[in-house]
Design a protein around this ligand. Sequence first.
Ligand code: GLC
Ligand code: MG
Length: 425
Amino acid sequence: MDRLTENANLMIVSDLDHTMVDHHDPENLSLLRFNALWEANYRSNSLLVFSTGRSPTLYKELRKEKPMLTPDITIMSVGTEITYGNSMEPDNGWVEYLNQKWDRNIVFEETSKIPELTLQSETEQRPHKASFYVQKDKADDITRSLSTCLKERGLDVKIIYSGGMDLDILPQGAGKGQALAYLHDKFKAEGKLPKNTLVCGDSGNDADLFTVPDVHGVMVSNAQEELLQWHAIYAKNNPKIIHAKERCAAGIIQAIGHFNLGPSISPRDVTDLSDTKLDNFDPAYEVVKFYLFYERWRLAEVENSELYLANLKAVCSKSGIFVHPSGIEKQLHDCVDSLRTSYGDKKGQPFRVWVDQVLPVQVGSDSWLVKFKKWEQSGGERLCCLTTALLSSKGVTVADGLTWVLVHQTWLKEAGPSSDAEWLF
Ligand code: GLC
Ligand code: MG
């Protein structure tokens, strides 16, 4: 990744459904805990990789439903599609590699002869992935006979059974593990192999991830039988793989702590955020902390105390400015004052605030420009502002504390003029 000039401290490669994302947690608490941990401590020096069975279509749907961070790399369709960054630029080298001994027409010809296989939706049929549903008790037999007949037809395929119902057919060189190994090779060639890699999964198509050399691995507590069975047969004595006690993203946090891969206390688990100030002094941490306070204030999860507002004012420059996304300019101190009336206005409601891609750039000996996306979910509505904040250190050293000088927000999808093509700067 060009964003990092050095080796990443940590590369997390996580499956999404039932691993990063808990579909049984409507409040998304463990995901939000992971998000805060990642943005406060890892975003600027580490790599977040999502590796999902979903096609780009279903992946984008999930992003709309759940408060997910933006990964640096997205691996979709069971390791057959790799894309980079916000713009999801595809890796064409990977596509070419997968064309070897693969012909999806032959795959569909042969599978159509097996009545026990039900085709998954059209969106999930991809250039290098054919996907079906099949009953648990039939999966083994069908896998065996399919392998034989596809081999006879000159293909070299990999058949993966996941979640007790999904059957994927991929080129032999594909899969979540191979895609990760390919990325590792790329980083190695650039001299930027991550210092540690942690792979995280819950089901059959994740088993591949745990076979990549030198990685740490976590099977979340809610892992599927097929993954646990695979582990019992092939990886039982590998001390670098654990079966977490916690579900989903909470299990990932547990693994970070277990393997000592870096900070493992989410700012969301810290009740008195003011206490953490001196040990964790960092502009990204400051941003995460501020928006957590803001969420708790509106939910009335902190005390309604003037002291908090006074502390907030103390970290805002007297001449500090807030540019509201509507284009209105306000004094930061006035904004703090107006928080008074919004204390507890979201109490008991599904109200959440999270930040994504918090990236500080040091722009002077004592100042940082921090760019991030600030999300706010209130009931069914979800809004996002691209935000830039200028923070400056109050004293001689960073440990003396930071002051907010400017906060500037723009709606991510602004309803601007019908055409803004002429608007150059
Ligand atoms: C996701 C995909 C599906 C696939 C399954 C298991 O659910 O949408 O096509 O079969 O993952 O890999
Ligand atoms: Mg999963």
